[in-house]
Each structure stands twice: as C-alpha cells, then as structure tokens.
Ligand binder design. Structure first.
Ligand SMILES: N[C@@H](CCC(=O)N[C@@H](CS)C(=O)NCC(=O)O)C(=O)O
Length: 206
C-alpha cells in the first residue's frame, strides 16, 4: 500500500492524489503540512529534508517532489497512457511538467497569496493587477497550445494536465475579470469530467 503524507488542500499533494485515481492505486494519506504540522518533526525531515509536502512511501522507496512522484507512479504502475514511453511524446509531457514548475507556479503564486492569504495590512491593488496580468499572459500561451489539441501534450490526458489542474481550478475560482481564453475554458471543463479531478481538486480554494 502506498503512503502519501500531505494535506489535501496542497496543490502539489493534489497532483499525486489525482494521479493515483487515474491509475486506480490504493493509498493511505497521512495529514501533514501547515495546520497539521508533522513536517517540523525529525522523523519527517528524515524522509523529506525540505519539510514540505507531499512525500510518498512505496515499500522501501521514499520520494519527494510532486512531479517526480507522478512520473514514478506512472512508470511503476502501468501509466503509459498518462506518460508515454516513446521519447518524443514523453518529452512533450515532461516539457509541460517542467513548465508548470518553472513558469506557471511562480506566475500563480503571488496572485494566490494576494487574494487568498493576503498579508497583514492588505495587498497593493496595482501590484496585484500586475501579477494577474502576468498570469493571464501565461495562460494565453496554454490557450494557444490547446487550440491544436484537447490536452496540453496532445490528444489524451497526461501527467502534464494533472500537474496543471490545481492552477487552472484556482484561476477560475478567483474573483476577478479574466480575459476570454476559450480553449483554456474548454480544457478546464474537460478536466472537470475526470472523477479524480472532482474528488481531489474541487474542494475549497484555501
Ligand atoms: N517542488 C515541491 C514543492 C512542495 C511544496 O512547496 N509544498 C507546499 C504545499 S503546496 C508545502 O509543503 N507547504 C508547507 C506546508 O504545507 O506546511 C513539490 O512539487 O513537491
């Protein structure tokens, strides 16, 4: 049985939970992170020296870094449909997974923190508007890609879509004016048809 440490509200934990659903994998989830603590304990740091969530245990193997965990699960448990074996299609999935971590996550973070967990003293509206604009331009790039095929890395759902699921859910949950990005909106609706998305990503945006 897989064990996953991490609070269900974490975007990075949600990626792993949704991947498990797509692969029909049984797992036990242990609360950890933020209000649940545990990450500050020595036994946790021995598994994950970053003191972050998620952490996965599969037998003797301990893994951290959500995208690495997703790839491991797909490789280990017959997930070639989500993570193709052939180098070209595989590289397209990996490209978008790297992009999610290096471009999308830094673009959404200041918007999320500004709107959902504003600092004491409030947020500077002009600064927040700048962050929203940058995020909108980041999504526009995905919208253009999605004009060519229904999922970010091709014709079928892949780990790349799962990695971005929480971000697009937050984008449509925030209350501000959004530019019209029809392909992005259609993709969001498509992701919403997946039971794993509905089960693990549609909770409160906190
Ligand atoms: N690159 C890491 C980032 C992990 C990360 O930043 N996790 C956040 C939650 S999304 C965390 O642990 N925050 C502290 C906490 O919840 O206590 C990954 O993808 O797994």
């Amino acid at each position: 049985m897989l064990t996953i440490w991490g609070r269900a509200t974490s975007s990075n934990v949600q990626k792993v939970l949704w991947t498990c659903e797509e692969l029909s994998l049984a797992f036990e989830r242990m609360e950890a992170g933020r209000e649940h603590g545990q990450v500050d304990q020595d036994w946790y740091a021995a598994m994950n020296p970053n003191r972050l969530v998620p952490t996965l245990r599969d037998g003797e193997l301990i893994l951290w870094e959500s995208n690495t965990i997703m790839r491991y699960l797909a490789n280990r448990y017959g997930g070639a449909a989500l993570y193709p074996v052939e180098p070209g299609p595989r590289a397209l999935v990996e490209r978008w997974m790297d992009w999610q971590l290096s471009i999308l996550a830094p673009a959404i973070a200041p918007v999320f923190w500004g709107l959902i967990r504003p600092p004491a003293g409030g947020v500077d509206p002009a600064q927040l508007a700048g962050h929203v604009d940058r995020l909108a331009r980041t999504w526009a790039l995905v919208d253009r890609e999605l004009a060519q095929h229904p999922y970010v890395a091709g014709d079928r759902l892949s780990l790349a879509d799962i990695a971005m699921g929480n971000s697009v859910r937050r984008w449509y949950a925030f209350s501000f004016e959004r530019p019209d990005l029809p392909n992005l909106a259609a993709w969001y609706a498509r992701l919403g048809e997946r039971p794993g998305f509905r089960k693990h990503l549609m909770g409160p945006v906190v």
